[in-house]
Write a protein that binds this ligand. Structure first.
Ligand code: FMN
Length: 272
């Protein structure tokens, strides 16, 4: 990709922050910063972000359009309370989210870190309840067929109960009745990027909850896709991609009045 690395010489104060902060050390300095090797660029835009005067542009980005550090008033105490308050939602209102909200969720999720800034995660979202229902119907129908033709490995036994609840009682355990589903996918054979898809969904989840939108990770959904990877064709996921993980989301139909009180994870602090 064309770097389009530009420095406004009237604004540059020769602090060399960009030279020092570049993670792949491709910025040199000769009175003004310049790029020594285009091909190694991670496209992380740290050079643009670390410039105190907004003198530096890359990929045609205008630094004035960035959120300025002075606009960010995040308070650790509030964030702590918010993180502790978040809960998995298993009862959803059936209202669809406005398209702008879905787009905003996708936009913010795109700021999740990824290994080597590869940003290979693809996000697929059901934009309507109808689309969500079609996906669940397909999953359940295909699973019924799967059972006719295959022996179900023991660890997937629970999926029969999920199917029964759906077919006989109309209860969706897979996504807990969420009106929307987000599915991550990554190129097949790229096992490193799998973790990126999980981080992306973690960002998605946290941001969603800040908008009062509930989420549920669907390990059950992932099981169905493990057994029947061809389901991804319905999602128009390109050939050569595999599913990362799945999450239901929508407005919560449950209000939590307080946080849970979790014990600390097992941990060791070395050196003390
Ligand atoms: C990878 C992963 C898979 C999960 N799969 C499911 C699932 O299939 N169904 C479900 O109801 N909850 C699922 N959960 C939610 C967990 O059960 C939940 O995070 C846990 O019970 C703690 O509750 P909390 O998120 O409200 O703190 C999953 C969570 C994670 C991280």
């Amino acid at each position: 990709m064309e770097l389009n690395f530009k420095v406004d010489e009237k604004l540059c104060i020769a602090c060399k922050n960009c030279v020092e902060d570049c993670p792949v050390k491709i910025i040199g300095f000769d009175g003004l910063p310049f790029v020594k090797d285009d091909s190694a660029c991670l496209m992380c835009q740290h050079c643009l972000a670390v410039c105190p005067t907004g003198a530096l542009s890359i990929f045609g980005k205008n630094p004035l359009k960035s959120i300025n550090s002075q606009e960010i008033n995040i308070d650790g105490n509030e964030l702590e309370k918010f993180i502790k308050y978040r809960k998995t939602i298993r009862k959803f209102k059936q209202d669809e989210l406005p398209l702008e909200t879905i787009n905003k969720l996708i936009e913010v999720t795109s700021y999740a870190p990824s290994g080597h800034n590869s940003k290979k995660t693809m996000l697929t979202v059901t934009g309507t309840k109808k689309e969500t229902d079609s996906l669940i119907n397909l999953m359940m129908d295909r699973f019924e067929k799967y059972l006719e033709n295959n022996r179900l490995p023991g660890k997937y036994g629970f999926l029969k109960y999920v199917l029964y609840q759906y077919k006989k009682k109309g209860i969706d355990i897979t996504f807990r009745g969420a009106p929307h589903i987000i599915i991550t996918s990554i190129p097949e054979g790229d096992n490193i990027s799998y973790v990126d898809t999980i981080i992306a969904l973690s960002y998605f989840e946290i941001y969603a909850h800040s908008l009062n939108i509930g989420t549920v990770w669907s390990g059950i959904g992932k099981y169905y896709f493990d057994l029947m990877p061809e389901l991804k064709d319905f999602l128009q996921i390109p050939p050569g991609y595999k599913i990362g993980y799945l999450m239901g989301f929508g407005f919560s139909a449950v209000k939590y009045y307080r946080t849970a009180q979790h014990d600390k994870l097992q941990h060791k602090i070395l050196g003390l």
